[in-house]
Design a binder for this molecule. Sequence first.
Ligand code: PGA
Length: 251
Amino acid sequence: MRKPFIAGNWKMFKNVTEARQLVSELVPELAPFTSVERVLCPPFTSLLAVRALLEGTGIGLGAQNLHWEESGAYTGEIAPYMLSEFCQYVIIGHSERRAYFGETDETVNKKVKAALSHDLIPIVCVGETLVENEAGETAQVVKRQVESGLAGVTLSDWSKLVVAYEPVWAIGTGKAATADGANQVVGEYIRPILANTLGINAASLIRILYGGSVKGSNAGEFFSKSDIDGALVGGASLKAGDFTQIVQAAG
Ligand code: PGA
C-alpha cells in the first residue's frame, strides 16, 4: 500500500564534477527499480547539474534544507519557491541541523509548512540522542518532535509527507539500530502519534523511513519490517554500488 522510498542524503559531499560522475553511474543502475521511489539529495550547488541528468529517469531530486520565509534579507539562505522550481523533496530537521545549526522543533515546524505550501514533499527527521536513548526517553522525544514538527499543518494531502526515524546514535557511526528496535519506534510510537493528530487513514499512507548506518547488508532486514517503508541513507548513498544495493533491497 505504501510505495517504498529510498533517499540518499549526500550531506556536504560532492562538488558538481563529482556529483555528475556519481549520478551518471547511478542512473542506469537504479533504472530497473521503478517500484521504489528513489530520491537524491545533493548539496544546493549541485542541484541544477543533477536535475539535468535525472530528467526523464523517474528518479526524484531533493534539497537538504530550506528557509521558511518566502524571500527576503536572509543572507545565505534558500527560499522554498527557489527549490520548488526544480526539486520535489526537501529534508527537514536532520539531527545534524538540530545539533550544529540551532534548529528546533519550532523552526522544523515552520520549514515543514513552508515546504508543503510550495508543493515540496518534506522528509521530516526525528530521533533520540544516545543520552536520551539510555535514559529510556525515546518515546517521549519522538512524540515531542513529531507533534511539534507537524503542529498546525493543515494541508489535505498527507500522503505527501515522509517521516524519517533516525536515532542520532546510529547516524554515521556504523552502529545501526536493530530492525526490530526501529520497527518498534516507528510502529508503536511514530505511526500512532500520526494517527492521533492526522487520523488513521492519513497515518496509514505516510511513509516512515529508518535512517542511521543503513547499508546493502542490513537494508533488507529493515525493509522486511511491517512499519518501515524505506531508508534515508547517508554514507552509503555516496557510492553507486552501495546505494543501488539498498534500493534493490527495497524493490
Ligand atoms: P548514515 O547517515 O547513513 O551515514 O548513518 C544517515 C543520515 O544522516 O541521514
